[in-house]
Design a protein around this ligand. Structure first.
Ligand code: PLP
Length: 399
């Protein structure tokens, strides 16, 4: 590591809460799928800020929209009507069967909104004592107290108890366990169609269909967390659309504004009745500047058929990785995922391989120390993806 990097690291240790364990890189500049570190080294970015910069870093079209809006209006609060919110809402609703939108500022907030809406819909519209939210093992829904309770992973909530009540977790891909957990107090089931932080685990179609049917049978709400898998990532605009599901509520964030903080929850007209003026609010949600940027982001995703591209390019990449697995069965345990959301689980030494990739100029994420997770920009050039596969093979050849 360079002296410049060491200096940054030392400053951070003094200044910031130690809540992150960072990769040994200080990034100073981004250009589509390229990142540059403080020493001027270039990287191919296969992580895109954890599925956030889905149209690339400093995308020129997004930059132009941001610059233009920055001279018009930034933020006036939700005390006022703003066309930017409506333009974005129309675009978002054109991608799904939902009819109502609530804007917020992150994935966790979108899930908080969904949990609150589900509970309030049950208590105020259905007038029933239903509040419990069921989630699946291996899930991740955020780091607020409520979403930590939903996530239910003790390693994440250690030291933060007591957590809010009314959450229950069941084994994933097990319909009997799910049905057995439902009581007269169950309000909703909340799931990721592809578990992201869990290590890129796609849930089976039959399981998801069965889960939806159980929700309908017991008259409980079905919520999909699309925060990571949404926005064309898996090969359809929303991941639930891979399986013909009709969730009552979906939550989104990460790629929504290509790098600005924004989240959103979408619901059917029926369920959206759960909120009335004053029920739920946030100061920053849907500000004009971020809404305009998000609107441009969604416009480009639709205009450039990025869902289709993600499906095609992702399938090519997955095939290349499966070939690699055939060639190196002692190295690769499993290749899984949909579209451009892929996980490569290694049999051993994953952190070492990840570090060697970094040294060779490839950024991906290291998930649970066993899986390389790829979440590249949706418009990444295929030659960059192939270069990654070649680098991985070169590393396997080294020992
Ligand atoms: C990242 C993520 C969240 C949390 O989003 P934040 O913006 O970090 O609050 C929630 N759900 C899923 C599936 C995620 O991947």
């Amino acid at each position: 590591m360079s002296a410049k990097f060491d200096q940054i690291k030392a400053r951070e240790e003094q200044l910031l809460c130690k809540s992150y364990s960072r990769y040994p890189l200080a990034i100073v500049k981004g250009e589509m799928s390229r990142l540059y570190d403080i020493d001027g080294k270039e990287y191919i970015d296969l992580l895109a800020g954890i599925a956030v910069a889905a149209l690339g870093h400093c995308n020129p079209e997004i930059c132009a929209t941001l610059a233009e809006q920055s001279h018009k209006l930034w933020h006036v609060s939700n005390l006022f009507y703003q066309e930017e919110q409506l333009e974005l809402a129309e675009r978002l609703l054109s991608t799904t069967h939902h009819q109502k939108v609530f804007f917020c500022n992150s994935g966790a907030e979108a899930n908080e909104a969904a949990i609150k809406l589900a509970r309030r819909y049950c208590s105020k519209v259905q007038k029933e004592d239903k509040y419990e939210i069921i989630t699946l093992e291996g899930c991740f829904h955020g780091r607020t107290l409520g979403t930590l309770a939903a996530t239910g992973r003790e390693t994440l909530s250690d030291g933060f108890h007591p957590l809010p009540l009314g959450f229950k977790q069941v084994e994933s891909q097990n319909l009997e366990a799910l049905e057995a957990a439902i009581t007269k107090n169950t309000a909703a089931v909340l799931v990721e169609v592809v578990q992201g932080e869990g290590g890129v685990i796609p849930l089976a179609k039959d399981y998801l269909k069965g889960l939806e049917n159980i929700c309908r049978k017991h008259k409980i709400l079905f919520i999909c967390d699309e925060v990571q898998a949404g926005f064309c990532r898996t090969g359809t605009f929303w991941a639930f659309q891979q399986h013909d599901l009709k969730p009552d509520i979906i939550t989104t964030a990460k790629a929504l504004a290509n790098g600005l903080a924004m989240g959103c929850m979408m619901a059917t007209n029926e369920v959206a009745q759960g909120f009335e003026p004053g029920s739920h609010a946030t100061t920053f949600g849907g500000g004009a500047l971020v809404s305009k940027v998000a609107s441009k982001t969604v416009e480009i995703m639709l205009r450039d058929n990025l869902a289709e591209r993600s499906c095609k390019v992702g399938a090519n990449l997955k095939n290349r990785l499966l070939d690699l697995q055939k060639k190196y069965p002692h190295k690769i345990k499993e290749v899984r995922g949909l579209g451009l959301m892929l996980g490569i689980e290694l049999k051993s030494d994953c952190p070492k391989v990840w570090e060697k990739l970094l040294q060779r100029g490839f950024i991906c994420s290291l998930s649970h120390n066993v899986t390389l997770r790829l979440l590249p920009a949706l418009n990444i050039e295929e030659k960059d993806l192939m270069a990654f596969v070649e680098a991985l093979e070169a590393i396997f050849k080294e020992n």
